[in-house]
Ligand binder design. Structure first.
Ligand code: SAM
Length: 211
């Protein structure tokens, strides 16, 4: 697997695809919170890295207290960074050092109002990707917003039309699909879950990273 601690260094370059993606993800998290003023919101982020998307947004909001978030990540170093950043700002964010690919990890955490699947879809097999999207309703309360990303780099096929179709089949409406045409061809989507409650099968494996 990649060294995901140094992978985060690309965020230091404001022109990088990662920086573009971060700014768009933050924009959509902000839009979600603004669209539900005053409501308590639960958030769960799969493979959250150092959590700078959610932490960055909440740090700048006077109403951050109404958001309760859980960041799921494997790396203890990134988890420590996220804990420190969230703790300094007094955010209601819990950092769980756990396997985001095991459904059992989400017991008590789902369904949520905001689900982040950012930096996941390009790192798992096509089969796991389709299965994860079919399982996505179990992560979501009705009306939840889910933000996903998948680049269209040369080393992975552009599957994003299929991804968008799988979300539609699973009961999601697309709110946005955005692409960065330069550089690494980053892309992200935002969907809303319009279906009813679907129980999570906590015994199952959802995905494994292959790079
Ligand atoms: C591509 S990065 C994305 C990080 C973050 N979402 C972002 O956009 O900055 C993927 C992250 O997932 C973590 N990861 C890989 N497999 C994981 C697993 N099974 N459970 C939890 N985290 C995992 C990696 O350590 C890495 O931090």
């Amino acid at each position: 697997m990649r060294d995901y601690v140094s992978w985060h260094d690309a965020y230091d370059d404001p022109g990088s695809a990662l920086s573009w993606r971060l700014s768009r993800v933050r924009h959509h998290i902000t839009a979600t919170l603004n669209g539900r003023p005053g409501e308590p919101i639960t958030a769960v982020s799969l493979c959250a890295g150092d959590g700078r998307d959610l932490i960055g947004v909440l740090s700048a909001r006077p109403d951050a207290d109404r958001v309760e978030g859980v960041l799921v990540k494997l790396s203890p170093e990134l988890a420590a960074r996220a804990r420190a950043a969230a703790g300094e700002r007094g955010l209601r964010i819990r950092v769980l050092t756990a396997d985001a690919g095991a459904a059992a990890t989400y017991a008590g955490l789902v369904p949520a109002d905001l689900v982040l699947m950012v930096g996941v879809f390009g790192n798992i097999t096509d089969g796991d990707l389709e299965e994860l999207i079919r399982a996505a309703p179990a992560f979501c309360r009705s009306g939840a917003t889910l933000v996903w990303s998948r680049g269209r780099d040369d080393d992975i096929r552009d599957l994003n039309d299929a991804v968008r179709g799988w979300f539609a089949e699973a009961g999601f409406s697309e709110l946005a699909y955005e692409t960065m045409e330069d550089g690494e061809k980053a892309a992200l989507g935002v969907v809303r879950y319009d279906g009813g409650p679907v129980p999570m099968d906590f015994a199952r494996r959802l995905f494994s990273f292959v790079r």
